[in-house]
Design a protein around this ligand. Sequence first.
Ligand SMILES: Cc1cc2nc3c(=O)[nH]c(=O)nc-3n(C[C@H](O)[C@H](O)[C@H](O)COP(=O)(O)OP(=O)(O)OC[C@H]3O[C@@H](n4cnc5c(N)ncnc54)[C@H](O)[C@@H]3O)c2cc1C
Length: 540
Amino acid sequence: MSKKISLSQFTHTWRELRFKRLAEERFDVLVIGGGITGAAVALDASCAGLSCALIEQNDFASGTSSRSSRLIHGGLRYLKQGQVGLVYRSAREQQRLALLAPHLVRPLNLLFPLYQKSFTSRLAHRGGMIAYSALQPFDSKLRHQRSGAKDLLSLEPQLPANGLQDGFICREYLTHDARLVLETTLAACNAGACAVNYARVMDLLFLRGRVVGAVVNDEMTGRSFEVRARVVVNAAGPWADRLINRAAQAKRRLRLSKGVHIIIPREILPLSHAVIFFSRRDERALVAIPAENFVMVGPTETEYEGAPECAAPEREDVDYLLEALRDFFSQLKIENEDVIAARAGVRPLYDKGVRAAGEVSRAYHIEWQRDRLLSVLGGKLTLHRRAAAVTTRLLTRELKINPGVARLNATKNPLPGANWKNFSEEETKALLMRLSIEEESADHLIRAYGSRSLLFADMLTEERELARRITPSLPHIAAEVPFSIRYEMAVRPQDFFERRSDLALCLKAEGETWPHELMKFWHEPREKFFRAAQTEEVLA
Ligand SMILES: Cc1cc2nc3c(=O)[nH]c(=O)nc-3n(C[C@H](O)[C@H](O)[C@H](O)COP(=O)(O)OP(=O)(O)OC[C@H]3O[C@@H](n4cnc5c(N)ncnc54)[C@H](O)[C@@H]3O)c2cc1C
């Protein structure tokens, strides 16, 4: 190849080196929690010149950040609750994220059909949409749009025609939440952060009343060690109260709310567009979002009192969503067995009051708990960059560090998979196809990994055989498994099947199980897959 490929330093072999660095270095900031909030704080703070450690107890994004509806949206629902500022800020974040990671934050036409109900209800929805549109940035290319019944039906033939009056096409964005977390973490590492998964903070360290670090357990080996830092950031999502309680006898800061999605094969629910519809039982707005060969339907919203790690979809959650789906798409026959998966996530909401969970603000709340312990509470996926910027401002002020102009440039950098400086998308696709990858698979790699799909060329030069499809009906190729281990710190098979990709769901939708022969990648001697690791360069 004529052009030089620069590789990410984010590999599994470096795990040992990272643990060594964690134990030896004194960091400016220790971030606890590898969800979207922690990843974004690590990135922003590293860009401001702070040395950062990021510790995640399970896999990156294994908490709420892989269980969202994946919408990067203003949130029409929040407008109804009067959260105008939140919707306004979210609309600006949509554009920013789509620029920084176009392969991960893609435009989505979300259809909002209005049916012949009471005149006042239709009027209220119309009024809401007018206000929602008014909050879009002036220079937004994708504006929400009113649409007639005929146009809506031609866009989405599965919409029930009976009683359809008109509606709207909401111009939102769809992401892959877990991959967004991963690429944000990668970017943080490229900016100098030291991130590890499967490392649990067991306790905080104190010196003269000040938080000075944490005791960390390597969950893969059982070894414990201390990580020292000048400031600790609590980005533990729904687990944040546990850390706060270790530092201070504080009252509960979070309201937890459980949200469930069900997954239906696209063959059964053949949608080509995402659709908003309402549960007849309680008028709650739900979305059905097609992705690859399945459709996500949800989310529910119920108060949750238990431990976040125990949150699971209950029979009644699934029944509620199925009932709403069958009521709306009554022409389709959707059976109980068509639900191939259900997943529950816990929203970490910050609230002092007694409102119902659905009405609690989704804004971030950032507060000092104790000397040198800063908690980032609440929030939503869409606003992670903003929360991180505010957090960094508080950190640099506390540590008396001037972030200077370096920060401004660095935070405007695209995420690692949006770096098309050396190779264009067309060049990358052509190169992948020259290495025996079928066109559909090359398109899939570029869609999922963006410019980082170029790294597959390197792997396939070593082992052509990895270009084969994992299963004939899906575009995923075998090389994605060792790729996730080598470049994306997948430690366990589910890290790849459930978070680095949607393969677990895609296979289920095809009625297939995880191919046995792929498991070998987790058992073969590590050196075989990591021989490139020693010669890698940091992604520019
Ligand atoms: C059903 C549902 C749908 C949603 N849909 C959307 C949407 O469409 N758009 C949107 O913008 N937002 C959405 N949200 C909200 C969004 O998903 C969350 O606000 C966001 O993911 C929270 O991220 P977080 O990093 O704060 O928490 P998490 O992702 O939970 O991350 C916290 C991490 O901290 C780790 N941790 C905890 N304790 C420790 C410890 N002791 N040591 C080390 N690590 C620890 C956990 O393992 C976890 O990975 C949705 C939420 C839900 C539940």
